[in-house]
Ligand binder design. Structure first.
Ligand code: ASP
Length: 312
């Protein structure tokens, strides 16, 4: 059996030097949380969820508490979990659910459905005694300040993903979505992803994160989690594209790189992805300026946990 392993991302975009350390620490800590689950015999799904839940509770990341604000100044979350037997659960546009990834798990384990949105998802969370709160409690100062800055400087009140994905003017958008891909000691694979979505999104907008094959996918060949401009990732089914390359015999590194090449060649999209294959090989790639990666082994000192457009 392969060695149990996990890879975590804390988002892709133009993450600025002043928050590198925070992202590095958060991504690494999350990877450790997941790896600990695996090292004590836990399942891949538990490990991926534990890592993502950790980042949902870390206000640095755009997931759970501390998420980016939508156009109306509200935190609205999306999440997905999936295992290699093609079992899946996802939620979109949920308000006031502290850990959306736990709600995605409820959808997987307790409903015959794959994706539940909005108020129905919140009711499901209540029925399963998940932690709920006033949605305002999930707004943190930094995101609120960013929101105010964005709305004040934009007469059209629109987020421009093509520009903002690469523009220092809005350094943290899109970015900071979180995801984890895990392989356990039984050779089982799982993915978990969670996001507050794009800043200034329309209420009710779902991104790639909760879309099977768009921003997340898992099957017998591997687990994939994407981050970046959700509309771009969805248009090329980015996660499934990378997965299919694995099925066709590509290595983990080739699959991530070729998927990003395809994204750029097709629509000049800005996104990144992480992947673990069934042998435990991990890889990542991005067409954004940076992607934040968490793995348990130490990364070279000079990259601080960020690997701009590079492979392990
Ligand atoms: N992919 C996310 C979305 O479009 C955003 C992100 O990764 O930061 O909702």
């Amino acid at each position: 059996m392969p060695k149990p392993t996990i890879i975590v991302h804390g988002g892709a975009g133009s993450i600025q030097p002043y928050i590198w350390q925070e992202f590095r620490d958060g991504s690494h800590a999350a990877a450790k949380v997941g790896q600990q689950v695996l090292d004590t015999g836990g399942q891949a799904l538990d490990a991926a969820i534990a890592a993502v839940r950790y980042m949902e509770d870390d206000i640095a990341f755009n997931a759970g508490t501390g998420s980016a604000l939508n156009r109306e100044g509200t935190v609205e979350c999306d999440a997905l979990v999936m295992t290699d037997d093609l079992q899946c659960g996802a939620v979109a546009s949920v308000l006031g659910v502290r850990n959306p990834v736990e709600l995605a798990r409820v959808v997987l384990e307790h409903t015959p459905h794959l994706l539940i949105v909005g108020e129905g998802a919140v009711r499901l969370a209540r029925a399963h005694q998940l932690a709920l709160c006033d949605p305002a409690e999930m707004i943190v100062e930094r995101r609120l300040a960013r929101y105010m800055q964005m709305v004040q400087t934009r007469a059209d009140f629109e987020f421009d993903p093509e520009k903002d994905a690469t523009d220092d003017v809005l350094p943290d958008a899109p970015s900071d979505t979180v995801g984890a891909c895990a392989l356990d000691s039984r050779g089982r694979l799982a993915v978990a992803s969670s996001t507050g979505g794009m800043a200034l999104k329309l209420p009710g907008r779902a991104g790639d994160t909760p879309i099977i094959g768009g921003g997340s996918y898992c099957g017998p060949a591997g687990a994939v989690s994407c981050t970046g401009h959700g509309e771009a990732a969805m248009r090329v089914c980015l996660a499934k594209y990378a997965y299919d390359l694995l099925v066709q015999g590509a290595s983990a590194a080739e699959a991530t790189r070729r998927a990003i090449d395809h994204l750029v060649a097709s629509i000049d999209g800005r996104a990144g992805l992480i992947l673990v294959d069934r042998a435990g090989n991990r890889a990542w790639a991005t067409s954004t300026r940076r992607i934040s990666i968490g793995i348990v082994e130490s990364l070279p000192e000079d990259n601080h946990g960020f690997m701009p457009k590079a492979q392990p």
